[in-house]
Write a protein that binds this ligand. Structure first.
Ligand code: HEM
Length: 87
């Protein structure tokens, strides 16, 4: 699944983070009969968390002094940590 979300036959510039992709046929919440049952809750929680973070720290940015490391997972294309600077 992690690989499918970076399929260059499906996504233009698959390794570029682009929040405006539309359509965006990602498999982050699965697909078909086993599609994530908590998807609506997950989307709502994500929206609230990101909105709260942006409201409180509109200038937050990534701490580029820290080397990024990927999680060892075939399920998710995720980072072990993403340190940010709030001010
Ligand atoms: C960002 C948060 C979440 C992500 C990325 C996520 C991702 C996924 C993915 C990829 C699957 C499909 C697994 C597969 O194909 O075998 C799945 C299934 C599932 N998810 Fe989530 N999930 C999230 C949050 C939640 C929450 C909050 C709940 C419940 C409150 C939940 C409940 C479930 C359940 C019950 C299934 C199994 C559905 C089935 O097999 O029919 N998930 N999730």
């Amino acid at each position: 699944m992690a690989s499918a979300n970076h399929d260059e036959d499906v996504f233009e510039k698959p390794d570029v983070f682009n929040i405006h992709r539309n359509p965006n046929p990602h498999l982050g919440l699965g697909s078909g009969i086993h599609y994530c049952m908590g998807s609506q809750l997950a989307r709502m929680e994500s929206r609230i968390a990101l909105q709260t973070l942006l409201d409180r720290y509109p200038a937050y940015r990534r701490d580029r002094s820290v080397e990024l490391a990927r999680m060892d997972s075939t399920m998710m294309f995720a980072l072990k940590e993403l340190p940010i600077i709030l001010k």
